[in-house]
Design a protein around this ligand. Sequence first.
Ligand SMILES: [Zn+2]
Ligand SMILES: [Zn+2]
Length: 91
Amino acid sequence: MSKDVHTEHCCYRHGCKYGKDDCSVETGDKQQSHPCEQCCEEAADPIRSALQAFVDDFEGDHVSDGEIVDEPRWSPLTSLYKRAKKALEDS
Ligand SMILES: [Zn+2]
Ligand SMILES: [Zn+2]
C-alpha cells in the first residue's frame, strides 16, 4: 500500500484535509496511515463527541438563527438536544 500526502493527513470518516473529491483516502483507494486529529479527540472522549455530533446534526435539521424551527415536539430528541447543548457549553 503506497503512501501519499492524503494517507498522511486525511481521514476516511472525517474527509480530506484538502477538500479534494478524489482524495485517495476518502475514496477508499488507500488506507490512512494514522487516525486524524478528530479521530483522536473522539477516542479520548467518545460520549462528548457523540453528543457533539448529535447536536450538530440536530442543528443542521431543526435550528435556524438559534431558534428551533420545525421542532419535533413529540420527540425526545428535542429535549435531548437542549440538554446536550447545555452540557457541552457548560463543560
Ligand atoms: Zn485527502
Ligand atoms: Zn478522523
